[in-house]
Design a protein around this ligand. Sequence first.
Ligand SMILES: Cc1cc2nc3c(=O)[nH]c(=O)nc-3n(C[C@H](O)[C@H](O)[C@H](O)COP(=O)(O)OP(=O)(O)OC[C@H]3O[C@@H](n4cnc5c(N)ncnc54)[C@H](O)[C@@H]3O)c2cc1C
Length: 385
Amino acid sequence: MKVLIAGGGPAGSLAALNIAESGSAENLEKNIEITIVEEHASAGFPVQCGGLISEDCFIKLRRFVSDRSRLNNIKGAFFFSPDGNYVEAVGRSGAVVVERKVLDTELLMAASEYSEIRVKTKLVSFNGEKARLEGVKTEYLSYDVLIGADGVASTVAKLAAFPHPSYFSAVQMEIAFEPLDERFVELYFGRSYSDGFFAYSIPVDCDTARIGVVSKQNPEYYLKNLITKHPSVSERVKRKITELNAGAIPVGLIDFVKGNIALIGDAAGMVKPYTGGGIYYHLIAAERLGKHFPNLEEYQKSYKKELGKEYDVGIKIAKLYSLLDDEDYNYLVKVGKEIDFSELHMDRPSGVLNLVPSILKIASKPSLIKKMARAFFRSFKSSYP
Ligand SMILES: Cc1cc2nc3c(=O)[nH]c(=O)nc-3n(C[C@H](O)[C@H](O)[C@H](O)COP(=O)(O)OP(=O)(O)OC[C@H]3O[C@@H](n4cnc5c(N)ncnc54)[C@H](O)[C@@H]3O)c2cc1C
């Protein structure tokens, strides 16, 4: 059986590794041949990532990669309100800041043990059993299963007429910065710093951070506001930029299987709707794909079953970003000091549901309670099995 994977990013490499490894005796019988085509000369370029993943996610990835991509260990987060106050949250899992160029390269190298890798090769079209590849020369490769791991602007998704997820825009710079604590990421809320999402800084070490904005529109404008006007950030940012990148973040999982084609990663909208982080969800998807391969329908079903509730809650949290105004954030951070965050896990937002009653108990601002009820409780019905 011939498997063609378009895209040598984390989703493509993890898909190859899991297809090859899972039930490998069975797969050997099926004589699975995997080819990954990657349009660029290497993986992880251009970088479009803060590199923040949970410690649990990194431990799972360590099955395939070394520790070399680890840049920093993170203990928790500071949630900043627009007035510059903040509350500390330390949850159930720590996090790791990784260098994506290293992580992606190591994942692709691990995948190369089981697959043929063709770099500088772009998939440009396909007809159900054969794909046209353009690289040094044009060639046609036959396949039984096609996996679209070709990112947010997926050619596979477009040509096979999969629905489009909607997108947020993101811009990020690596810049000289004094974090309050290099073991804590900082999240900045408020209407001056994002339209409908939030801004962040992820410390790489004690004097550098990745500072970015995710927003429905115009993230450059909000990033400029953040570094020039935010009462806390503007005091700590130094003007030495070492890297600048921009990208799109898909929001909303789509149906990602059609016949002998399956999508994985950003191509399928597999991103946490409340943070924009994708790697953990890609990892879970690849595990499910490997487990059920070549039954693609079962891959889709079991992924939705595993993460459906997390998507539901994640979407509700993301909805709240649009509903809350600066006054609400100032108030929430003030009362947030009384909230126990210790059971929260950054990959599993459903834990937030347990906090809602305690927030409602200490919050005595009727307009805020109304907004929270609107986001969380109105028609709380899962769209996933
Ligand atoms: C600013 C920003 C910050 C982020 N921060 C984080 C974070 O801190 N933590 C986190 O978990 N996630 C983060 N994300 C999300 C994360 O970067 C993505 O979810 C992840 O990179 C998607 O992986 P992927 O393999 O699906 O796609 P990609 O990483 O985009 O890889 C797709 C690959 O396919 C190749 N390709 C595309 N088209 C073709 C084609 N036709 N033929 C052959 N090859 C092709 C591309 O060259 C690319 O190498 C962030 C995103 C942005 C934009």
